[in-house]
Design a binder for this molecule. Structure first.
Ligand code: FES
Ligand SMILES: [Fe+2]
Length: 388
């Protein structure tokens, strides 16, 4: 449910949205404006990327004193870990005159306090203002009046999520039954061994839509099709805001790699079904989780402009596998880096195509039920009505 969308419609012609709200079979893709109009992105930043969204891994701020700022919809988010190990999230804005407390998008730093780089107001890791230079004798000034703006935060299986709006409901309700799909893989116990950053000249939704279907796989992913039959699999019905579907591994393939073999070890405790499939989950709106028998890959999407998106891709393996001397994650990383680049080329081409005023929303193929699911959710949000 887009509880963060409180009935403010997006700047999109409602009659155009009607086509996207229809049942599977007759529905059309989102209106072109959804992909190219900066006003629509601004609406999404205020109404979609203001509720629960993924901001990275808890392990990125593993130690007490670790601090890191990330870009989100409206303004950055500052993440800290305090001396008792608790994670906090704040708006990345100083209570004095608004300087960012930390630069966004750089690796975590470790300090006993949060120090604003402008005039050195100093905050504790829990957001309390500790000191404001020369204010000591200013009549009526109290540090208690200037704590950092606290945001709701959740550490879920090792991923951190924030809800800047503060009224998007509980995180558990947001995730819904995706919890049961992901839990067997124990992502919180996996170690991120590789990380790639991509900046794509495409709208963030084109990346999600591409992730939701394998109708394109025979055309652009010959390597993928060798280890996972593109027509295999099914969507999974979930009751939260997330979406999922799985695909089979080909006979004899242990995982997604160029030759189907694993250079690691299967995650402990997976079922027969989990060992012979790959589960693809869209953690709405910006986390894509690909659950393999022996590793978990995630993409975190950050919209930068209507036609520009930052993507961070990580690969995580069981801790004992990751710690083995000489362990080489290339079998997984190289396979998906190749596949990612094939996808990115297609997504960027779709963006260029949609820049044409002649672009008209097209229909969805029988294989594109996942695309329909996502398009419908977006169209409902745009229309200012609940997602389900
Ligand atoms: S703006 Fe942060 S100390 Fe002045
Ligand atoms: Fe693809």
């Amino acid at each position: 449910v887009f509880s963060q969308t409180r009935g403010t419609p997006a700047p999109i012609d409602p009659s155009e949205l009607e086509r996207s709200l229809q049942d599977f079979g007759t529905a059309r893709m989102l209106p072109r404006a959804a992909y190219v109009d900066p006003a629509v992105l601004a609406w999404e930043q205020a109404n979609i990327f203001s509720g629960w969204m993924c901001v990275g891994r808890a392990a990125d701020i593993a130690q007490p004193g670790d601090q890191k700022a990330v870009t989100t919809g409206q303004g950055g988010v500052l993440l800290t870990r305090d001396d008792s190990g608790d994670v906090h999230a704040f708006a990345n804005v100083c209570r004095h005159r608004g300087h960012e407390l930390l630069a966004c998008g750089v690796a975590a730093i470790n300090k006993k306090a949060i120090v604003c780089p402008y005039h050195a107001w100093t905050y504790q890791l829990d957001g309390t203002l500790r000191a404001a230079p020369t204010f000591k004798d200013v009549a009526g000034f109290s540090t208690e009046d200037f704590p950092l703006a606290r945001l709701a935060v959740a550490d879920w299986h090792g991923w951190l999520f924030v809800d800047p709006s503060g009224d998007s409901g509980s995180f558990a309700a947001h995730v819904g039954s995706a919890e049961a799909v992901i839990a067997p893989y124990s992502p919180q116990d996996l170690t991120v061994v590789a990380r790639h950053e991509y900046e794509l000249a495409t709208n963030w939704k084109i990346i999600v839509e591409n992730y939701q279907e394998c109708y394109h796989c025979p055309m652009i992913h010959p390597e993928l099709c060798r280890v996972s039959p593109p027509t295999s699999g099914e969507d999974v019905e979930l009751d939260g805001t997330w979406m999922a579907g799985w695909m089979d591994l080909a006979a004899g393939a242990q995982t997604m790699s160029l030759d189907g073999s694993s250079g690691g070890v299967a995650i402990q405790g997976l079922s027969e079904q989990e060992l012979s499939t790959v589960m693809y989950i869209v953690g709405f709106p910006n986390l894509l989780v690909s659950l393999h028998p022996d590793y978990v890959m995630t993409h975190i999407l950050t919209p930068l402009a209507a036609d520009r998106t930052h993507v961070e891709c990580t690969w995580a393996f069981p801790a004992d596998v990751a710690a083995k001397p000489g362990f080489d994650p290339a079998y997984a990383v190289d396979f998906w880096d190749l596949t990612n680049r094939q996808d990115w080329a297609a997504c960027e081409s779709v963006q260029r195509g949609l820049s044409s005023p002649h672009a008209i929303p097209g229909p969805m193929a029988p294989e594109e039920t996942g695309v329909h699911d996502f398009v419908t959710r977006m169209a409902r949000a745009y229309a200012g009505v609940p997602a389900r």
